[in-house]
Design a protein around this ligand. Structure first.
Ligand code: SF4
Length: 183
């Protein structure tokens, strides 16, 4: 054991500069990581206190009985009674229509479980957009209705229509197989 320790000290002494470079890079990495977390947390804290968070796949999505929609936001915050649902996207780039449609649908589903979501925020790594939602569930459903009906039709064997665009296709998981892709 003592020999091992001595060997370690010798290695450290021989490669001191390399250890120091490694340590400096590691510390810079931690500082950047921390700053990013802090930025994300400070933006989220503007929308209030965290009241619900999606902890993973084992968490069942919400279901709205009246409109038969399912979904779950990534997190929900409450600020003086105003509930905001957040949808995080792991990519850089703009917020697409499909992003806010998904977030609105998840907000409607959460309303079915008693979370009266009135605002949605969609965040990619480079952009963030906030949307005020209508108070009435029916009005909210009417916004997402065309998209929900399209999905239901596809689930029942119908065909969807591709709407390619370069930024969207670039971030799409199906682009290699898709014949309609724009890139
Ligand atoms: S690659 Fe195809 S499926 Fe993906 S966004 Fe583009 S058109 Fe739509």
């Amino acid at each position: 054991m003592w020999d091992l320790f001595k060997e370690f000290v010798r290695l450290f002494r021989d490669f001191q500069e390399i250890w120091l470079i490694f340590l400096t890079v590691f510390v810079i990495y931690l500082v950047v990581l921390n700053a990013r977390r802090g930025r994300r947390h400070s933006t989220d804290s503007e929308v209030g206190d965290l009241i619900w968070v999606d902890e993973g796949r084992h968490v069942k999505p919400f279901f709205h009985n009246g409109f038969k929609v399912v979904g779950k936001p990534d997190a929900m915050y409450n600020k003086n009674g105003l509930i905001t649902a957040i949808e995080y996207k792991s990519r850089r780039g703009p917020v697409f229509e499909s992003d806010w449609v998904q977030a609105f649908t998840a907000a409607l589903a959460a309303r079915g479980s008693g979370f009266k979501v009135r605002q949605v925020v969609v965040k990619t790594k480079s952009e963030q957009k906030a949307f005020d939602l209508p108070k009435e569930d029916l009005a909210l459903f009417n916004i997402v209705r065309p998209f929900v009906e399209r999905v239901r039709s596809i689930q029942n064997g119908g065909y969807g229509e591709a709407s390619p665009s370069k930024p969207k296709c670039r971030a799409c998981a199906y682009r290699l197989e898709c014949r309609d892709r724009a890139i």
